[in-house]
Design a protein around this ligand. Structure first.
Ligand SMILES: NC(=O)c1ccc[n+]([C@@H]2O[C@H](COP(=O)([O-])OP(=O)(O)OC[C@H]3O[C@@H](n4cnc5c(N)ncnc54)[C@H](O)[C@@H]3O)[C@@H](O)[C@H]2O)c1
Length: 502
């Protein structure tokens, strides 16, 4: 395979949201770009959109006018597929329909050179299926950009069953040269990002459905304790429930109804009602001008305790000890025990995936309070806690007072297994490890994909390792026990790593 030279002609078919952005990326990298759209005026509209966006960069002093002019001069609008004969790579960015994509690629095969690389930006269709009608399916590869293509760093390079590894390598290298962060994945439903991200929405929806907390509270905990840029409900409202529900439903169906990917009735209801999110003015939140923005549940001020005892090692929550000391609360440590903060007869523990009430009953310790996972206990500004049904109100107040004393906004949620951040992170990691276990991609690529494609603050796999895989496995096993659902089955790869002491 001859390498793709920096001045190779790149063809882009489809000049909509993604096609125009991809044409811009290729032209910025110095390639002559051919841009085509089947619909009258659409290619010009796409080109005008690129120009408008670049002019804004000039106004803000981020790009020189001369560079913009040069970039735009490299894009040629063409009137038919015949014009793609000189292209070294053709990227298809048209409507998400298997039959239409197959037809376009079959025509291209007759027009382009034998070694022209055919790339598809499909987000959900099997690359193997798109290639099934081709004479040279080995030349077809997935090149999955994220929206907006000029800004988002991630490109998933997807190999179908017949894709030549050299073709995938060439597109991987080309993406890197274009300033992107490519990852490799086998063509499987959802590829990496749209598969591994499912629990981010699904676990929030489960907590909401079970009355653990309301939308604004879950969003705030995910943002302020989990350090995600957006909570699941505000993000689903932004994406649009029609789009998000369709992705979940298609991944669920594509995995033959694996319960891992079970869609939510709450989201189906929103779609049925036409409450599609921001674009329709209402989703989980109301976007009308006079609507009041709901605030997250935050506990009233409670007195700080004077003394706590730390039993054993708090693991990932160990930074809390220094914060408690800095807050002027006296701390004594007991080597015995499995990681607990004691305030008198009240016990605080990091959630282990059980309901607090169940763990409390098993331990014969009625005054048990769970606290949730935070990405960084030192810098996070909020923490969620939940009390066992048996616990007295005094215990809850002691826990609230302690976390407030170290500067956290405290959210008391109802007793749901695994709380909010912990169950979300455990399930994201579970899905990431399962993708690796099923030979879809590497561990490193899971983390690159989730940080580059959906802006996660930490890769799910590095996050799970930071928490400790033993803890994550325990949380997943307890979620499975609490729910009795196949959805929470632990990935064999997590079990293997824990057993192997990694
Ligand atoms: N929008 C996203 O966030 C996103 C992200 C990643 C991947 N994708 C994928 O990219 C592809 C395009 O998505 P989009 O959001 O840019 O859609 P879009 O509707 O904005 O643009 C698609 C363009 O393709 C043109 N088109 C349709 N059929 C054509 C044909 N047969 N020949 C030539 N042009 C044709 C349309 O006129 C339109 O301009 C889809 O496969 C989609 O799944 C979308």
């Amino acid at each position: 395979m001859t390498p793709i030279s920096p001045d190779a002609v790149i063809g882009v078919i489809g000049a909509g949201t993604m096609g125009a952005g991809i044409a811009q990326v290729a032209a910025k990298a110095g390639h002559p770009v051919l841009l085509y759209d089947a619909f009258e005026g659409a290619a010009q509209k796409g080109f005008d959109g690129i120009k408008k966006g670049l002019n804004k960069l000039v106004e803000r002093g981020k790009m020189a006018q001369a560079d913009v002019d040069a970039l735009l001069s490299r894009i040629t609008l063409v009137n038919g597929l015949e014009a793609f004969a000189p292209a070294r790579v053709v990227i298809e960015v048209i409507v998400e329909r298997l039959d239409v994509k197959q037809s376009v690629f079959s025509q291209l095969e007759e027009i382009c050179a034998d070694d022209t690389i055919l790339a598809t930006n499909t987000s959900s269709i099997s690359v193997t299926a798109i290639g099934s009608q081709l004479k040279r399916a080995n030349n077809l590869v997935g090149m999955h950009f994220f929206n907006p293509a000029p800004i988002m760093k991630l490109v998933e390079v997807i190999s179908g069953l017949d894709t030549d590894p050299n073709v995938a390598d060439a597109i991987y290298e080309l993406s890197a040269r274009w300033g992107k962060k490519p990852v490799r994945a086998k063509s499987t439903p959802g590829f990496i990002v749209n598969r591994v991200a499912r629990p981010f929405y699904a676990e929030g929806l489960r907590v909401l459905q079970e009355g653990g907390a309301d939308e604004a509270t879950i969003d705030a905990v995910i943002r302020e304790a989990g350090n995600f840029r957006m909570g699941p409900f505000e993000l689903m409202d932004l994406i649009g429930h029609d789009v998000n529900f369709a992705v979940t439903s298609s991944v669920f169906a594509a995995y033959f109804n694996d319960q891992r990917f079970l869609p939510s009735l709450i989201q189906q209801d929103l779609v049925n009602a036409g409450h599609l999110g921001r674009k329709s003015g209402r989703g989980f939140y109301n976007y009308s001008a006079d609507a009041e923005k709901p605030t997250p549940a935050t506990a009233d001020t409670a007195p700080a305790p004077h003394h706590v005892t730390i039993e054993g090692d708090l693991g990932v929550a160990e930074p809390l000890v220094a914060l408690i000391e800095q807050a002027g609360i006296s701390v004594s440590r007991a080597k015995e025990g499995h990681g607990a903060i004691l305030i008198g007869d009240t016990t605080l523990k990091l959630t282990n995936g059980q309901m607090t009430t169940v763990r409390s009953a098993e331990a014969r310790n009625s005054n048990l309070i769970h606290f949730d996972l935070a990405l960084d206990y030192t810098t996070s500004t909020r923490i969620a806690i939940s009390a066992a049904d048996q616990a007295d109100n005094e215990s809850l107040l002691k826990a609230i007072g302690l976390f407030q004393a170290i500067g956290k906004a405290v959210t008391v949620i109802d007793d749901v297994p695994g709380m909010i951040v912990m169950r979300t992170v455990a399930m994201l990691a579970n899905e990431g490890f399962d993708a690796v276990n099923q030979q879809v991609c590497s561990e490193a690529d899971v983390d690159i994909a989730m940080k580059g494609g959906v802006n996660y603050p930490f890769g799910p796999i590095e996050w799970a390792n930071k928490v400790s895989l033993t803890v994550i496995q325990n949380v997943l096993d307890n979620l499975a026990a609490m729910y009795g659902e196949d959805r929470y089955r632990t990935s064999p790869l997590i079990r293997r790593k824990v057993a192997g002491g990694m």
